[in-house]
Design a protein around this ligand. Structure first.
Ligand code: ATP
Length: 337
């Protein structure tokens, strides 16, 4: 399925920018001579937190000669890898990642304009090496800032300002969608799993050595504010062996808030994606709901190894059928255009 770079470089298929109307266009009558500008091709994988964007990006990244640019505004910083859910190194299967865990949270919050600039440079670099840039992450304000032809940081498109459909890249937008109630069920389980696999210890260490106020980049990462009250009452490194009722209650309250805020984030992200779609962005939706149902069955399966394996196989089949194969078709058609 991969088109060898020598035959069809992903960024090599160029087209006129929106500023290059045909000779019959009314704009050309003004006498202004439009320069034929070229656009690079990029694939953008969008979707709410937890919907499977990272998994799909690796599926595509291993099949097309491509490199991934992270567009999650919390994963961009160094630190809190479990809390912000960065894809572990071994799961990247050799696909290079850019802007993942690279900025120091101490240096302040990276804004959309800076993201536009740095991600734009990464795209140029990837394209110059004849590879396909895959932009992957849930921060729709970052994606918007990156791809629009002219970005105005003063306008907040998600609070009323109009969304531009004039883009500076030739974009293939894939939207991984999952029914929200099912996604929220999954996100609650994922928070429990993250806490079990070291999120609490990570936040505790972070709190022990850093004052969150000195780390503006990560100040709003879900998990940091939610555990604030807990750590004020039970400072990290003190009495961790003693899980009395008070400590347990404060911990459970923080976990509950994290679940609630993660579901709210997912809901907001879906709202923003729908807004971009309504505004005319050509988002191609792939429905991962059925695959999610199967994934949930694996999580809740008994400890019977054979049964679990069968359920996992079924999940992979449905993912391949509903998400991976359609997405590969979308990218193939996009590269053929
Ligand atoms: P907004 O306009 O609200 O800033 P956005 O689209 O720019 O939205 P989002 O990615 O939706 O950015 O992130 C909004 C907030 O969600 C973050 O400030 C943070 O609190 C939380 N968040 C997003 N991604 C993560 C993550 N990976 N880990 C922890 N918290 C996150």
């Amino acid at each position: 399925l991969f088109k060898p770079a020598s035959r069809r470089p992903p960024g090599g298929v160029r087209m006129d920018s929106s500023a290059a109307p045909s000779s019959s266009s009314s704009s050309s009558t003004s006498g202004y001579h439009y320069r034929r500008r070229q656009k690079d091709k990029i694939v953008v994988i969008m979707g709410a937190t937890g919907c499977g964007k990272s998994k799909l990006s690796i599926d595509l990244g291993t099949r097309f000669q491509s490199e991934i640019i992270n567009s999650d505004k919390m994963q961009i910083y160094k630190g809190l890898d479990i809390t912000t859910n960065k894809i572990p190194f071994q799961d990247r299967l050799g696909v290079p990642h850019h802007l993942l865990g690279v900025f120091d949270p101490e240096d302040g919050e990276l804004g959309p304009s800076e993201f536009r600039l740095t991600a734009g440079l990464a795209i140029s670099d990837i394209v110059s090496r004849q590879k396909l840039p895959l932009v992957v992450g849930g921060s729709n304000s970052f994606i918007h800032a990156l791809v629009v032809d002219r970005f105005n940081p003063e306008l907040d498109v998600f609070s009323g300002a109009s969304v531009s459909t004039r883009l500076r890249y030739e974009c293939c937008f894939i939207w991984v969608d999952v029914s929200l109630p099912l996604l929220c069920d999954y996100l609650c389980k994922r928070v429990d799993e993250m806490l079990d696999s070291g999120m609490f210890e990570e936040l505790s260490e972070y709190r022990r050595w850093k004052d969150p106020m000195s780390q503006p980049g990560l100040l709003k990462a879900i998990g940091v504010p939610e555990f604030d009250r807990y750590f004020k009452k039970y400072p990290p490194g003190t009495g961790e062996g003693e899980w009395d009722e008070g400590r347990r209650g404060a911990y459970e309250e923080a976990a509950r808030e994290i679940k609630e805020n993660t579901c709210q984030l997912a809901k907001r992200q879906i709202g923003k994606i729908k807004r971009l779609k309504r505004a005319g962005w050509d988002l191609q939706r792939v429905d991962a709901t059925e695959a999610f149902r199967e994934a949930m069955k694996v999580r809740t399966a008994s400890s019977d190894v054979k049964k679990k394996k069968r359920k996992k196989k079924r999940w992979m089949e449905v993912w391949e059928r509903d998400v991976m194969t359609p997405s590969m078709g979308i990218v193939n058609r996009f590269l053929e255009e």
